[in-house]
Design a binder for this molecule. Structure first.
Ligand code: PEP
Ligand code: MN
Length: 233
């Protein structure tokens, strides 16, 4: 695969730092968060989830399509490029129309090849960067398969996001790191940037720095970190 390295995507040099809330909750929350992140001078890309993949349907499922407009405001007011998770072709089309700068495929989506095919068809012919999270299970072939599907749609700006794997026993982590899978992925596709998502891996704010350090010790290509302006609530 001839994958374009992150440093060339126009988001800045060095490790790619993506930060933002798990979910878009309001325009005000997004703007306040993005302004604070911009002030750090260290964030290349602002993230927010608009469509949340919840296990149970009664949970908050995200603000949806209307929040694309909020992200557009974030972009114009802070100059930070923005990225969202797309889980259907409709999300992908709407994200492209709204001028979103990069999209990511979530762990649940990557677990389903039909979903990946449907989304990549909607992205075909564009050069939007696509971040591919690992699937829920520690199945490297499934992760690579999703990356191949994205690449087959003509997309060359691809990065993998290592967010850990569902544990089946009690664990210190919300998702088991299984660092060896990220190492194996890098040796299988050497041109592929692999970014670490310590937030979903740990599920706990106090473990994020330790895991972020580990990712940099491993020379990972960047971080995707969840932040909130009022985490206690
Ligand atoms: C997220 O990024 O908020 C998210 C739902 O991630 P994942 O697909 O890794 O669970
Ligand atoms: Mn999240």
């Amino acid at each position: 695969m001839d994958i374009v390295q992150t440093g060339l995507w126009g988001f800045g040099d060095g490790p790619l730092i993506i930060a933002g809330p798990c979910s878009a909750e309001s325009e005000d929350q997004l703007l306040k968060t993005a302004i604070a992140l911009k002030e750090t001078g260290r964030v290349h890309l602002f993230r927010a989830g608009l469509w949340k993949p919840r296990s149970r349907p009664a949970s908050f499922t995200g603000e949806g399509f209307r929040a694309l407009e909020w992200l557009r405001r974030v972009k114009t007011e802070t100059g930070l490029p923005v990225t969202v998770e797309v889980a259907s072709p409709e999300h992908a089309t709407a994200a492209l129309e709204a001028g979103i700068d990069a999209v990511w495929l979530g762990a649940r989506t990557v677990s389903n090849p039909f979903s990946v095919d449907a989304i990549t068809s909607a992205l075909q012919g564009t050069d939007i960067p696509v971040l591919v999270k690992n699937p829920l299970s520690p199945d490297l072939e499934l992760w690579i398969g999703a990356i191949e599907r994205v690449y087959s749609a003509g997309i060359t700006k691809i990065a993998a996001v290592h967010r850990g794997f569902t544990p089946y026993d009690r664990s210190r982590y919300r998702n088991l790191p299984k660092w060896e899978l990220a190492i194996e992925l890098r040796s299988r596709i050497p041109s592929l940037p692999v970014i670490c998502d310590p937030s979903h891996m740990s599920g706990r704010a106090d473990l994020v720095p330790e895991m972020a350090h580990k990712a940099f010790d491993m020379n990972m290509a960047g971080l995707m970190i969840e932040v909130h302006i009022d985490p206690a609530h």
